[in-house]
Design a protein around this ligand. Structure first.
Ligand SMILES: Cc1cc2nc3c(=O)[nH]c(=O)nc-3n(C[C@H](O)[C@H](O)[C@H](O)COP(=O)(O)OP(=O)(O)OC[C@H]3O[C@@H](n4cnc5c(N)ncnc54)[C@H](O)[C@@H]3O)c2cc1C
Length: 343
């Protein structure tokens, strides 16, 4: 409950909302679906700005990628044909898993999920991490900008000490949103670059029951071309845990041949017996063991750090394996009729 709420604003234009959010005398926050905000015990919030009439509920595509407006509900993301076919439906499936209650998904929005961050417990955050999504932020505050070096459009135009007033828009990688976003900035949309059609993706989760929040979740996006790992993205997340990209694992695999034998086979049972490439299993195990040596997930009452470390390695293995197989299968299908098959 927001016990000290004094003002409710139903904004009709983004500029009005930005003006209200930039006030320093009244603590004002955006209100999206309200499923998280209205349950908060925050006595400092004095005003909310309802965003529902700002035209921010859309999913579209242009040359930059897929644009998903901040007020798009999780259910619209589940249902959108564009997201169902993007990266084997990774975002659509993760939006569905984020809340198994349709009632919540009909209200909860993408912007609200990002605004809440880790406390939203949303599986979507891990999927956005591997998709390398960017978030468009806008603020209306008066900002001091040093234009001594000119602007991006006019590099030669030196305007030292000029005070820039008016709205500002910038794009930040989703992975740094938590540290980059300023309090008065409004999330406008998320831009997801369209991955190559040859990419395979996978999303998996572990929960106490199939509909419970995920103790651990994993997402992978892999492109295999001419038998080489062109692009590997893998991330782990879960309850009360910031999604973590396993960049050391990605680096170990990128540029390597699928199933390259020079990586020492791991000791685990099952390694080296993958039916497509005899050494792919061993290669993945080896990359994960080396690349996840520094993986230190947090503990909480639901899942200890040790549990997450062990399960995380297995889950990462499984999403990578599935994403690799999908990518190789896609390569095989697209090369039918004269090209060379991947498998
Ligand atoms: C009964 C119940 C069960 C829930 N179960 C789950 C669950 O299983 N999984 C899950 O992921 N979540 C769950 N939630 C939490 C909630 O549904 C999510 O966090 C949700 O995604 C929040 O979205 P919203 O649109 O309702 O955001 P709101 O509650 O309106 O806002 C959330 C936060 O984001 C800020 N915000 C909203 N929009 C913007 C914007 N455009 N720019 C900047 N800041 C913004 C708000 O100021 C607020 O701080 C549950 C909530 C309830 C009430």
């Amino acid at each position: 409950m927001l016990l000290n709420l004094l003002e409710y604003h139903w904004a009709e234009h983004i500029d009005d909302a930005l003006l209200l959010l930039s006030r320093t005398d009244t603590k004002t926050v955006p209100l999206a679906g309200g499923t998280y905000l209205l349950g908060l015990r925050d006595e400092s919030i004095q005003a909310v700005v309802d965003l529902r009439d700002l035209g921010l509920a859309y999913i579209s595509e242009d040359e930059q990628g897929i644009h998903i407006g901040a007020m798009t509900t999780l259910q619209s993301m589940v249902d959108a044909p564009l997201l169902k076919e993007l990266a084997t439906g990774l975002l659509s499936r993760a939006a569905l898993a984020s809340s198994f209650s349709r009632l919540i998904r009909n209200s909860a929005t993408l912007g609200g999920t990002l605004g809440a961050g880790v406390p939203s417990q949303a599986d979507l955050l891990t999927a956005l991490t591997v998709m390398e999504a960017e978030v468009v932020l806008r603020s209306g505050s008066k900002t001091q900008v040093d234009l001594a070096g000119g602007t991006a459009d006019r590099p030669g135009l030196a305007l030292s000490g000029v005070t820039y007033k008016g709205k500002q828009e910038r794009r930040v990688p989703y992975s740094s949103l938590g540290i980059d976003r300023r309090f008065s900035e409004l999330i406008i949309e998320v831009i997801v670059p369209r991955p190559s059609p040859a990419c395979g993706a996978s999303f998996m989760r572990i929960g106490r029951t199939p509909t419970d929040i995920a103790l651990l979740n994993a997402a992978a996006l892999v492109e295999v071309k001419d038998g080489l790992y062109q692009r590997v993205r893998v991330a782990l997340g879960g309850v009360n845990m910031e999604p973590v990209r396993l960049q050391a694992v990605e680096k170990q695999l990128e540029g390597q041949a699928v199933g390259a034998q020079f990586i020492a086979p791991a000791r685990n049972v099952g390694a080296g017996t993958h039916k497509g490439h005899p050494y792919m299993g061993a290669q993945l195990q080896s990359a994960l063991q080396a690349g996840m040596a520094d993986f230190r997930p947090p503990s909480d009452f639901r899942a200890s750090s040790g549990y997450r470390r062990v399960s995380g390695m297995n889950l990462a293995y499984r999403v990578l394996e599935e994403a690799i197989n999908v990518s190789r299968w896609r390569g095989m299908v697209s090369s039918e009729g004269g090209g060379r098959a991947e498998m």
